[in-house]
Ligand binder design. Structure first.
Ligand code: SF4
Length: 385
């Protein structure tokens, strides 16, 4: 699986599942969005394995993305999850900060895990390079490529004009040609960067319909909560807003998580038109203080929430959701990165992609299962970290 195919699946509801294998990380990068360190929690492996083993050939995500923290601190679990996913036909990818790469060698346990996944991504940026030399990362990427596993780099820069991005992307292409596609992001003021990174100066939401593709893949947090998106405050804070909570690995299988993700009416509307449009359409646009802030605050605006739930529960909501997913998937992976990553470097995501992974008419979405109650009761979860 190459990076373009992986990113191309991102707008399709339940085409992917993000699993947090740990909040621990031995590195201490100043921009870490999850603020991970070695005191972080590990979700019990039983819940993660149970969820993946509940996939069936007819009801599974295309891709399970293993992340953290540093997921390769649990290499045996990475291998077990990859094997379990493959039984149903699902594929796996792992994203690593490359803590093990110093010296350019891949420890045996980590090599065994990486050999089991379908895609390997490494984080690289000025902060990671202070901890792990770039030359060592390149040596490991070459080893993984030679082992037959497709690789990519997740790069982060200070902004589109950051000279670091021009320099590192140029070197990657000189060394690897088109064999290593790149997903480029810009530092955001979240996690460990909250205290120093500039807040986005982009204009605030204007109430026009803008779909949220980040609400398409369920996310398992370190406490086992299954969430509708990877927004860091949704991942970190408890309780989770009702429309963004899909269940818990202690008690829910994939069929239950998928049913809630596809039929949650407010979630459907957030995916299809975005929270700012819901405020503009059903309430007061000025009450929406930002795309994600407004989304998280929807339960505090009962009239807007109830109107979104009514619309999302019916055929109009279902159709809007399907249409938004189709349109975003058809636009292709580079278009998605232009919206959610660094627009200036978006085309690097398709480097080396085989033609079927370039913009195309997406496969039909899965049939929507039976309706789910409009506003699921919040599940009891731990308090904010
Ligand atoms: S708009 Fe809502 S669903 Fe989308 S990423 Fe932000 S908080 Fe999550």
């Amino acid at each position: 699986m190459d990076l373009a195919e992986l990113v191309g699946l991102r707008p399709t509801p339940c085409a992917g599942l993000l699993l947090t294998l740990t909040r621990r990380c031995p590195l201490s990068c100043a921009h870490c969005s999850t603020a991970s360190d070695m005191r972080g929690a590990d979700p019990p492996e039983g819940g993660l394995l149970r969820l993946v083993r509940s996939f069936t050939a007819a009801d599974r995500p295309e891709l399970v993305l293993l992340t953290g923290g540093e997921p390769l601190l649990r290499p045996e679990l990475v291998a077990e999850l990859a094997d379990a996913a493959r039984v149903s036909g699902a594929r796996t990818a792992v994203l690593s900060g490359m803590f093990f790469a110093r010296g350019g060698r891949v420890p045996r346990r980590i090599a065994a895990a990486v050999g089991r996944v379908d895609h390997f991504s490494a984080s690289l940026d000025a902060f990671h390079e202070r901890e792990v030399p770039r030359a060592d990362v390149f040596t490991v990427l070459r080893t993984v490529l030679d082992g037959g596993v497709p690789v990519s780099l997740h790069l982060t820069g200070g902004g589109p004009d950051d000279p670091y991005l021009a320099e590192v992307t140029g070197q990657v292409r000189r060394v690897f040609g088109d064999a290593v596609p790149m997903l480029v992001n810009e530092v955001r003021a979240v996690g460990r960067a909250a205290g120093w990174a500039a807040r986005q100066s982009a204009p605030g939401p204007d109430g026009r319909p803008v779909p949220c593709a980040m609400a398409a893949w369920p996310v398992v947090a370190a406490d086992g909560a299954v969430l509708a998106c990877c927004n860091q405050q949704v991942v970190d804070r408890r309780p989770v807003p009702a429309h963004l909570l899909l269940g818990h690995t202690d008690r829910d299988d994939w069929a239950a998580v998928r049913r809630r993700a596809l039929t949650g009416p407010v979630l459907r509307m957030v995916r299809a038109v975005g929270a700012p449009h819901l405020y503009a359409r059903f309430g007061t646009a000025a009450d929406c203080t930002g795309t994600c802030a407004g989304c998280r605050a929807l339960p505090d605006h009962p009239a807007v929430y109830a109107a979104a739930a009514r619309t999302g529960a019916g055929p109009v909501g279902e159709l809007l959701d399907l249409q938004a997913a189709h349109a975003q998937a058809a636009a292709g992976p580079a278009a998605l990165v232009r919206r959610f990553g660094s627009a200036a470097w978006a085309d690097l995501v398709t480097l080396g992609a085989t033609p079927p992974n370039l913009p195309r008419t997406p496969a039909p979405l899965p049939r929507t299962p039976a309706p789910f109650p409009r506003t699921p009761a919040p599940l009891p979860l731990g308090e904010a970290r």
